[in-house]
Design a protein around this ligand. Structure first.
Ligand code: RAM
Length: 346
């Protein structure tokens, strides 16, 4: 990656650049034309190596790098903690990887390891779950605010904007879930939700067993619960499975969230879940792979820069906003229901 060099531009010119970069998509930079270096070595470090969502995303990274003549090593732990990811960052550094693509299990705890890899020449791209470390590009699955708001909107509509609701999340340190939950809380402050009350957030750590344990705790602590948002594919699948086998709960409880259509299809088709949403995780990985390859081939890390991500087309690096640094957004999520779920195979 090329860092921005100081220029002799006057303050008026600088202000003009800032304004231009602030209008997403309107930036005038030419598309970075590479060439992409051959034989790039990329380390993909997902939240863990077990979660099917992460596996699909990693496969997207592999597809991208194989198109570009590079290689991908997938490395992470089996639990979603920063400590489990640190050895993978160290291996990437020792292997002189050109780039790391990481889904952070914690926003800050990985920064010193990542900085060390960067000082050895490795570019850092985060995807799925951001890190708050400097000089990296975040590949965001969809607009963070819209994900948070739309989750509450989906549930509100289904329960008539009334009753106690809870969130079944992933790890308590996950940057992505916490960012979405922040916007869920903002949405819930609107007057139309005045009769909907968020009573509890529980954390299933993206493990089916823990997710089920905290779900059962929730159900027994809040017998009047009307709705659950689970913004994690592991959480929503676990909850859907439970509700499916305890159908009398469905008279009272509505479940929505973020899920894989391949896992959720039986529950949508039998009416356990009406609607939920997600983006295509393979495309997310693919986009991250292309972004990393471009950075590792000299694309400047700055707002307004454009690059081509193979079959997905051209993307623009967006300026920092709302607590997120430089980012690229894959696109809006899809809402799945009985009518369309059979059309999606991820
Ligand atoms: C889980 C993970 C992942 C998240 C999806 C929606 O698989 O927590 O980070 O993006 O759910």
């Amino acid at each position: 990656m090329k860092f921005l060099k100081p220029t002799r531009l006057g303050s008026a010119a600088l202000a003009a650049i800032v304004v231009a970069a602030g209008t997403a998509g309107a930036a005038s930079a030419a598309t970075f034309s590479g060439p992409i270096k051959s034989g790039l070595v990329v380390y993909a470090i997902p939240k863990d190596t077990i979660n099917p969502y992460e596996v699909i995303a990693d496969n997207g990274i592999k597809t991208a790098l194989s198109k570009l003549g590079g290689t991908v090593t997938v490395s992470s732990g089996t639990v979603d903690t920063a400590a489990a990811q640190e050895p993978s960052i160290q291996s990437a550094e020792q292997s002189h990887a050109n780039a790391i693509i990481i889904a952070g299990n914690d926003p800050e705890a990985l920064c010193s390891d990542l900085a060390q890899a960067q000082s050895a020449g490795t570019d850092v791209v985060s995807f799925d779950s951001d890190v708050s470390c400097p000089n990296h590009l975040f590949i965001n699955q969809a607009n963070t605010q819209q994900i948070g708001e739309s989750e509450v909107q989906l549930l509100g509509k289904e329960i008539g904007y009334k009753g106690q609701i809870a969130i079944l999340s992933a790890e308590s340190t996950a940057t992505n879930q916490n960012a979405w939950i922040k916007y869920m809380k903002v949405e819930l402050k609107l007057p139309k939700y005045k009769n909907m009350k968020l009573v509890k957030i529980v954390y299933g750590n993206d493990e089916p067993t823990t997710s089920k344990t905290v779900l059962l705790g929730l159900l027994s602590a809040y017998p009047d619960l009307r709705g659950i948002i689970s913004p994690t594919t592991v959480g929503i699948q676990t909850a859907a499975q439970y509700l499916d086998t305890h159908k009398k709960l469905l008279k009272q409880i509505t479940l929505t969230g973020l899920g894989l259509p391949s896992q959720m299809r039986p529950y949508v088709e039998d009416g356990t879940v009406k609607e939920f949403e997600l983006w295509n995780p393979a495309n997310l990985g693919y986009l991250a792979g292309y972004a990393a390859a471009n950075l590792a081939s000299g694309m400047p890390l700055k707002a307004g820069e454009k690059f081509t991500a193979g079959k997905l087309g051209t993307y623009t690096i967006l300026p920092p906003s709302g607590g997120t640094g430089l980012s690229v957004v894959l696109g809006p999520p899809t809402v799945f229901d009985k009518a369309n779920i059979k059309d999606f195979n991820f």
